[in-house]
Design a protein around this ligand. Structure first.
Ligand SMILES: Nc1nc2c(ncn2[C@@H]2O[C@H](COP(=O)(O)OP(=O)(O)OP(=O)(O)O)[C@@H](O)[C@H]2O)c(=O)[nH]1
Ligand SMILES: [Mg+2]
Length: 455
């Protein structure tokens, strides 16, 4: 680095920026992850696996006004107060994309360390829903093909009958805005209910999180059965589907996705296992679709948009691992890795480094052994959402992930050897020691993988 560069940096003009994308399907744990990561980077007492924190080269971290004037700021203080305040609770679901800038002052290591002064590096963290990446699949589809696909997908999913009933009651030969809104509301409800029940692929993604587009024509359409073809309703919905792609999906990829350097994809793998084999298979497919965004191929609008830019590292993190005793964590990681294997093979990540991990952004439990029918079981204890304390053993994950995934792939509707229970724990009341962030599991290792090489 030359003197001119040093001078520029002293003035804060060319401080390097790492844009860290945080995504995952709805309720995967994005908000809790960002809040805990930032809190643990500000107070680094529990970040020993982040090398720069352990060896002291990371001197200070502080929050800055974020640089993009049109993106809402991630509400770090409010979420942290919810999770670690006197009456700890989980933050609310997120309603829009948001961003936060954390600046880090680092003493460079290596040969010239003494000679080079401290550097400032900005970590811009962007929170966006994974459903918006799933929308990529819509881009090369026409309305009729998309409609067919969605009707196939709808089989066996909840609240589909109400949408079908609304369709049957619609006058298809005359386009009427009120009728369009009724249909869109029934379809959106179906997506929400399916999402709640553990289904992953619930697109169009913006229907679940409309933000300022709520009620706009670009979000007021639904798939239509083929016997609606050439009707007035079909023509208008096909047009709106086109508008959704060009006015909603494309700008997201251009303005947010294309600028990301490092990415974490959070996955509620335990939640899907609990929901059953179909939810696991659906999550596997959704993840495969999400991965195509990171390997867009040679042609097509996305690769034109990205040019030579690529995400350098992608972490796939199974969240909420505090529901399991640590002796089961390797199995959870293995299942997560296996779930992605096909997708990674298909997507061929020659450019990016990827890794699978099991983490808990906010640890809510302690471990203990419980006795049940004469057996000793490795359990976890925490505070339930109603305030009661409970110790709980969720069942034993299979040692061979292929077994579990094969079962899911065969379309089974329940697991063979018992169900995997899951319990909702509330954040544990805790008194943080000075210098410590909130308790977590392997958040420091996640940070080391994601940007440890840059600081
Ligand atoms: N036990 C445990 N539960 C977690 C953890 N992280 C998230 N959760 C649970 O998962 C829920 C969703 O977490 P969020 O961080 O709000 O998820 P999100 O991906 O931001 O969700 P949306 O914004 O609605 O898409 C929380 O309300 C908690 O119930 C964790 O580390 N441990
Ligand atoms: Mg959120």
């Amino acid at each position: 680095m030359g003197i001119a560069d040093d001078l520029m940096q002293g003035l804060g003009i060319s401080d390097p920026v790492i844009r860290l994308g945080v995504t995952g399907l709805s309720r995967a744990g994005k908000t809790v992850f960002i809040t805990s990561l930032v809190a643990n980077l500000l107070d680094r007492g529990r970040m020993s696996a982040l090398r720069a924190a352990a060896d002291g080269s990371l001197k200070t971290a502080w929050l800055q006004p974020q640089p993009d004037d049109t993106i809402p700021r991630f509400d770090f203080e409010r979420h942290l107060a919810a999770m670690t305040g006197p009456d700890p609770h989980w933050p609310e679901g997120t309603r829009h994309v948001s961003q936060l800038r954390l600046s880090l002052r680092v003493q460079p290591r290596g040969l010239l360390a003494g000679w080079r002064g401290q550097q400032v590096l900005h970590l811009d963290i962007v929170d966006y829903p994974g459903e918006w990446l799933l929308d990529l699949r819509l881009m090369d589809k026409e309305f009729d093909a998309w409609s067919d696909e969605v009707f196939q997908r709808m089989e066996g999913r909840p609240a589909a009958d109400e949408f079908r009933a609304a369709l049957a009651a619609t006058n298809r030969d005359k386009f009427d805005e009120t009728a369009a809104q009724t249909l869109a509301a029934a379809y959106t409800k179906h997506l929400h209910v399916a999402r709640e029940a553990g289904w992953s692929d619930c697109t169009p993604g913006r229907f679940l999180m409309p933000g300022e587009l709520e009620g706009s024509p670009a979000l007021t359409f639904t798939p239509l059965p083929s016997d609606f073809r050439d009707t007035a309703l079909w023509r208008e919905f096909a047009r709106r589907f086109g508008a959704y792609k060009s006015r909603v999906v494309k700008p997201f990829f251009r303005d947010h996705f294309a600028r990301i350097d490092r990415q974490v994809v959070l996955m509620d793998v335990l939640g899907a296992i609990h929901a059953g084999p179909q939810a696991v298979e659906d999550m596997r497919r959704a993840m495969a679709d999400i991965l195509t965004a990171f390997r867009p191929g040679r042609s097509g609008w996305l690769s034109q948009l990205l040019g030579t830019r690529r995400v350098g590292r992608i972490l796939f993190a199974a969240t909420k691992a505090d529901h399991l005793h640590h002796i089961q964590h390797p199995r959870l990681t293995a299942i997560t890795g296996a779930m992605l294997r096909d997708a990674r093979d298909r997507a061929d990540f020659s450019g990016a480094r990827t890794e699978a991990m099991s983490i808990a952004s906010l640890r809510t439990t302690t471990e203990e052994t419980i006795r049940q029918d004469g057996a000793e079981l490795p359990a976890v204890r925490g505070t339930l959402m109603d305030g009661r304390q409970a110790a709980f053993y969720p069942g034993e994950l299979p040692s061979n992930p292929a077994e579990l995934l094969a079962h899911a792939r065969q379309g089974a509707d329940r697991w063979l050897d018992g169900d995997y229970a899951i319990m909702d724990f509330a954040p544990a009341p805790n008194t943080l020691r000075a210098g410590d962030g909130p308790p977590h599991i392997r958040l420091d290792r996640a940070a080391e993988f994601l940007f440890g090489d840059q600081i």
